[in-house]
Design a protein around this ligand. Structure first.
Ligand SMILES: *Cc1c(COP(=O)(O)O)cnc(C)c1O
Length: 359
């Protein structure tokens, strides 16, 4: 059998270790997973209530157009329903973007290190990937601009950036968008939008009328706590939405996910509470890192990248023995760093105690 040549050398995604597997392997009772930027507070209790009636409808295909969710979300975001597209997680929307806009002979420009799915999906489509190093952990927007050429179709900006947690301000993003050719699609991946507390962060939805080449990606996986249900969305001009819909499977989001997303979206009190607890959690981690003399990037997400000054894989292994699953920075492009998801206060303290012992 002859596979597509672009995929032969693709790395297989390495997920955070599942809790049960680690428990079994190490014979540990209690495991805390701070590896996948999941919400330590779960999701809104309203979600559970809302999905129960759907359990009686499992024989029925979901609404392929997500009409109910579309209507609610359009009203909430103050955009037109025709500007929304839904995906099986925003990961799928990244894939659909590559599928719709990239092909052999075209190129795509992105930061490095950044969210790996941009590169993987672009590579599958046979496009050339141009990577521009972060500067002090931050997207080098001037560098991205300088690398755009006639063949460029898509530029990716992960804001806040995973894994560094840093962000670009509204002013920086606007200056950037003013200079990107209108024929080039700019993807603003805002998976951590709801966690941002910095006032200079762009209100990107307001930029859409002026920049018809922008696609904003957001998700219900992170602050909304629905990672297991897989649902995310894109907001863009109806033209971009139309192109993504052409390559989208008809029933890509489940009926349970659609209903859950509506209930989650309506509980903004839960979102606010998570944002504020996360902000306290970040400060809790920073204070301890400062005390330990470790440098880190100030994060606008629910994770912090910190330099342990030791091999990230070794620190990962040592923390694992103590029941804490985090991410080694080695595979993320930061060999001596680790990325830790902000947990609840108790999880953070436990992690910090373990880290102190390990270092
Ligand atoms: C987590 C994450 C996503 C997507 O998550 P989904 O669960 O697929 O919605 C997208 N982009 C970034 C940068 C992320 O960290």
């Amino acid at each position: 059998m002859i596979p597509k040549k672009q995929i032969v050398d693709l790395p297989v995604y390495q997920p955070g270790k599942p809790i049960d597997e680690v428990k079994r392997e190490l014979g540990l009772e209690q495991i805390v997973k701070l590896a996948s930027n999941e919400n330590p507070f779960g999701c809104s209790p309203k979600v559970k209530e809302a999905i129960v009636p759907v359990l009686d409808q499992l024989a029925i295909y979901p609404d392929g157009g997500s009409m109910a969710l579309r209507e609610e979300l359009a009203a909430f975001l103050e955009v037109d329903g025709s500007q929304l597209v839904f995906g099986n997680g925003s990961d799928e929307l990244v894939m659909l973007t590559s599928r719709a806009y990239l092909e052999p002979g075209a190129n795509t420009v992105m930061a490095t290190p950044t969210f790996p799915v941009y590169k993987t999906t672009a590579t599958v489509e046979g496009a050339e990937v141009i990577e521009v190093p972060l500067v002090d952990g931050v997207h080098d927007l001037k560098g991205l601009l300088a690398n755009i050429n006639e063949q460029t179709r898509v530029v990716w900006v992960c804001n806040p950036n995973n894994p560094s947690g840093t962000m670009n301000s509204e002013e920086e993003i606007k200056t950037f968008l003013d200079q990107v050719p209108k024929s080039v699609l700019v993807v603003l991946d805002e998976a951590y939008y709801e966690y941002v507390t910095d006032a200079s962060y762009p209100e990107s939805l307001k930029l859409l009328p002026q920049y018809s080449n922008v696609l904003i990606l957001r998700t219900f996986s992170k602050i909304y706590g629905l990672a297991g249900l897989r649902i995310g969305y894109g907001v863009a001009s109806p033209d971009i939405v139309d192109k993504l819909n052409r390559v989208r499977e008809p029933f890509n989001t489940s009926s349970i996910a659609q209903v859950a997303a509506i209930a989650a979206m309506k509980d903004q009190e839960f979102v606010q509470s998570c944002r504020s607890l996360n902000d306290s959690g970040r400060k809790q981690l920073y204070a301890a890192f400062d005390e330990m003399g470790l440098s880190y990037y100030p994060s606008q997400g629910n994770f912090v990248l910190v330099d342990t000054k030791k091999d990230g894989n070794d620190v990962f292994q040592a923390l694992l023995q103590k029941g804490y699953i985090i991410r080694s920075g080695r595979a993320l492009g930061f060999p001596t760093w680790i990325r830790v998801t902000v947990g609840n206060e108790e999880q953070n303290s436990g992690f910090l105690a373990a880290l102190r012992e390990v270092l």
